[in-house]
Each structure stands twice: as structure tokens, then as C-alpha cells.
Ligand binder design. Structure first.
Ligand code: ASP
Length: 223
């Protein structure tokens, strides 16, 4: 994603750690590269592989938690999938950038530093998987990307963020919604259909005819 857009091509994890400002001195950080892709092309298999890697990292007693840098386009989907598949008891924090790291005003370095600071604040584990962007913490099952270009693009709607990252502390302001779902695998063939004015239901028939194992239908208003 945008966070890996460095001056000489895609940045590796080690460079992202180096570029982070205000890194807490007492938290040892180790970088690992998994995939360098546009998050718009991530597959459910890749999300499962990421979940497997995060699970085994968390099982290591010396690991305090995991930070994942991710493109913003599908970050909320990976976050929700990890929350359902892992239900982690240690911090798992996703972060990214809206401004390419090679450009003026890049937000990636601060976001990475904030995400690492969140792992250092072990109590955020009770929030489940979170997204740290623009000094705000959002819970995986509540967050969505709400703006295409603004650095303040992630939102938890009317409920607001679950926490804030200040220069000196990580503050948790409320408990998030967490679902008791746990499955280590994702169903690969689920269709999402949004109803619109003039809808004939044709997309639902097409999805069912195409062998969808499930259908999520985004309906209108109060019915
Ligand atoms: N297209 C990018 C992505 O991989 C956008 C971003 O990272 O903000 O999601």
C-alpha cells in the first residue's frame, strides 16, 4: 500500500521501522516482510496466511504483540478477518498511510511509531485487533475507511475511536464491539450485494447461480 511507497521503490519492513519517529526505546522491534502488494488485490488466501503468521508470532512468549503495515483500501477487511480468526489476547495493530512515504506530509512514519507504542501499552489487547491511524485507535469490527485522500480517513461512525495516541500515552476511551466468532478459515465464495433504487434482485440470483456459499445483502433504511 501507500505506506510502502518509498523514494527508491517499495520499502521493506526494516526501513519502515527505521523511518518511524519517536520509537519507544524500551520496546525491541523486529521487522519481517510478508507481501508487498496493493491491498486492493489482496486475496482471502493471503489474509489466511497472514493470520497463520500472526498466530505463530503471538504464540512466542517473547513477542509482546504484532504491528502490520497494510494498504488502506482493504485494511478494515483484513482487520475484521484477523479479529474473527485470532481473537488475540496480545496487541495486534494494523496501520498504513494516506500520503506516500516518499512525499511531503507523509503520515506513515508517525503511524508506524504510534502502532508500535500501542503494542507497548499491553492493555490495548482487550480491544482486540485495532487500526492505528492519525493518532486514533479503531476497533476491527467497527472501523471503515471514510475518505479517499484525507489523512484522517478512518472512522468508527457515531461511536468514535476506541482510543487515542498522544505523544506521551495511549488512552483507551471505551470498550469496542467484539463478536464471539472464531474460525481459522475464511469462506472463499461469499457475495456482497447492495440494494439500490430500481433493484430487480437480479444480482442475488446471479450470485446464487454462481455457487455463492453465502450472501451479505446491504438493505435499505428500517425496511
Ligand atoms: N491503493 C493503496 C492500497 O494498497 C492505498 C493505500 O495504501 O492507501 O490500499
Amino acid at each position: 500500500g501507500t505506506i510502502s511507497a518509498g523514494p527508491d521503490g517499495p520499502l521493506r519492513a526494516k526501513s519502515m521501522i527505521k523511518m518511524a519517529r519517536r520509537l519507544p526505546a524500551d520496546i525491541p522491534v523486529r521487522g519481517e516482510d510478508i507481501d508487498t502488494i496493493h491491498s486492493s488485490s489482496i486475496t482471502l488466501k493471503q489474509i489466511e496466511q497472514l493470520a497463520d503468521r500472526v498466530r505463530s508470532a503471538l504464540e512466542d512468549a517473547s513477542c509482546l504483540g504484532v504491528v502490520i503495515t497494510h494498504g488502506t483500501d482493504t485494511m478494515e477487511e483484513t482487520a475484521a478477518a484477523l479479529e474473527c480468526m485470532l481473537h488475540p489476547e496480545k496487541p495486534v495493530v494494523l496501520t498504513g498511510a494516506m500520503v506516500p512515504t516518499k512525499d511531503r506530509g507523509a503520515d506513515g512514519p508517525d503511524n508506524v511509531a504510534d502502532a508500535i507504542a500501542c503494542v507497548g501499552e499491553g492493555s490495548i489487547a482487550r480491544l482486540g485487533v485495532v487500526i492505528a491511524m492519525h493518532q486514533r485507535l479503531h476497533a476491527a469490527m467497527e472501523v471503515t475507511k471514510g475518505h479517499t485522500t484525507s489523512t484522517d480517513s478512518f472512522t468508527s461512525g457515531d461511536a468514535g475511536p476506541v482510543g487515542w495516541v498522544t505523544p506521551t500515552a495511549v488512552e483507551i476511551v471505551r470498550a469496542p464491539m467484539r463478536l464471539p466468532l472464531t474460525s481459522t478459515r475464511l469462506e472463499q465464495h461469499v457475495a456482497l450485494v447492495r440494494l439500490v433504487a430500481g433493484d430487480t434482485g437480479r444480482l442475488i440470483e446471479l450470485a446464487a447461480g454462481d455457487g455463492a456459499r453465502g450472501l451479505v445483502v446491504e438493505c435499505m433504511g428500517m425496511g
